[in-house]
Design a protein around this ligand. Structure first.
Ligand code: BGC
Length: 354
């Protein structure tokens, strides 16, 4: 499911968002972006363990691969590696390709397809995050779907247990709705047990509720004694900017919203405040590594603003030790155009891979 309702809090915040950090200086490091009055600051270094990544969105998490306009191609991986990315996050909707009754068998054709895609990425020495994406039925009816979720993970873990160490397993993209923190903590603990029963080696990636909000990390209970875990959060604030005109958001948000807007200081502070929430939580929890698994601004916003925002969020995340994956490669947020075979220079520059 791609639909997403605008959180009411976002609506309230949006009015106050466009108010004042004194930017100024040069534009972004990209030839095709006009210089702006906004300076996203000096370049930062890559952060471990995953460095700089990109999501292969709208492909394997569609109901059928290709239904949302894109299929994974082997050629994508050398293009991504050659540009300087370290990691690909691969959203895959296993629930859309599995039986609805016991033993909830995953379609072997889909499982093989995922394995093929992972191999293409490994051949390029990319880190691969396999993300169980789009299981909205679990978010809508957690208790009814729990057994199925666990059964799916038993199959996924078994299928990929011998993959290279650079495979990372993300239990569930964006828990939301009825999958509240209490239920998610209980179910994720069981899912970790299911994976660990067959695979003690690969690092797990786990985020909080409310669509992997940084603010929900405080309610996340990671399995005690589990050392191979990365905590993930997604960053789309201000939502009214990043999702302007997005067709899957109800109601559709007005376009014409720029970033940082007139109040540069306020716009920047809103972003660093949210990132600090994630960082503070990490520090309070033994410096658990943080991964910003999705961030991006939809193509209905103006390119200069998208590049400003992307560079700022990316650098501020790196300064706080977060590795990240941009949302996404070649669809509506796309940094790459499969039609022309060119990277979007503005976005690539903003991502530090000019
Ligand atoms: C969803 C995508 C959506 C993106 C930004 C992802 O988690 O699966 O469909 O485009 O978030 O809203």
């Amino acid at each position: 499911m791609r639909s997403r309702n605008v959180p009411w809090l976002v609506c309230l915040l949006m009015a106050g968002m466009l108010v004042g950090c004194g930017g100024g200086g040069a534009g972004l490091p990209s030839a095709s972006v006009p210089s702006s009055t906004f300076d996203s600051g000096p370049e930062t270094t890559r952060t471990l363990p995953l460095g700089r990544g990109i999501n292969l969105g709208n492909m394997l998490e569609a109901p059928m691969e290709g239904a949302w306009g894109f299929s994974v191609q082997q050629a994508f991986f050398p293009i991504i590696k050659g540009k300087g990315f370290d990691t690909v996050r691969i959203p895959a909707n296993f629930a859309a390709h599995a039986a609805s009754s016991e033993p909830y068998t995953v379609d072997p054709i889909f499982m093989s397809r995922v394995a093929t895609v992972l191999d293409w990425a490994f051949q390029q020495n990319l880190n691969v995050m396999l993300d169980f994406h789009g299981y909205q039925e679990l978010c809508d009816a957690p208790l009814a779907q729990e057994a199925r979720f666990l059964a799916l993970w038993a199959q996924i873990a078994d299928r990929f247990k011998d993959a290279p160490d650079r495979l990372y397993l993300e239990l569930l993209n964006e828990p939301n709705g009825n999958l509240n923190s209490e239920l998610w903590n209980r179910i994720l603990a069981k899912a970790v047990g299911v994976v660990r029963a067959v695979d003690a080696r690969h690092t797990l990636v786990i985020g909080g509720t409310n669509w992997n909000s940084a603010y929900a990390l405080k309610d996340l209970q990671l399995p005690p004694g589990e050392s191979k875990v990365i905590a993930t959060f997604h960053f789309y604030s201000p939502f009214t900017f990043t999702h302007q005109g997005a067709e899957w958001v109800t109601p559709i948000l007005p376009t014409g919203i720029s970033w940082p807007g007139p109040n540069v200081q306020g716009a920047c502070k809103a972003i660093t405040d949210e990132l600090e929430v994630a960082l503070a939580w990490s520090r309070a929890n033994g410096n658990i590594p943080l991964f910003m698994g999705e961030f991006g601004a939809y193509s209905k916003g103006d390119l200069q603003s998208r590049a400003n925002w992307t560079a700022y969020v990316r650098k501020q995340a790196e300064q706080r030790g977060c590795s990240w994956a941009y949302w996404e490669f070649c669809a509506g947020f796309g940094a790459y155009d499969t039609g022309t075979g060119y990277w979007n220079q503005a976005l690539a520059g903003a991502l530090g891979v000019p």
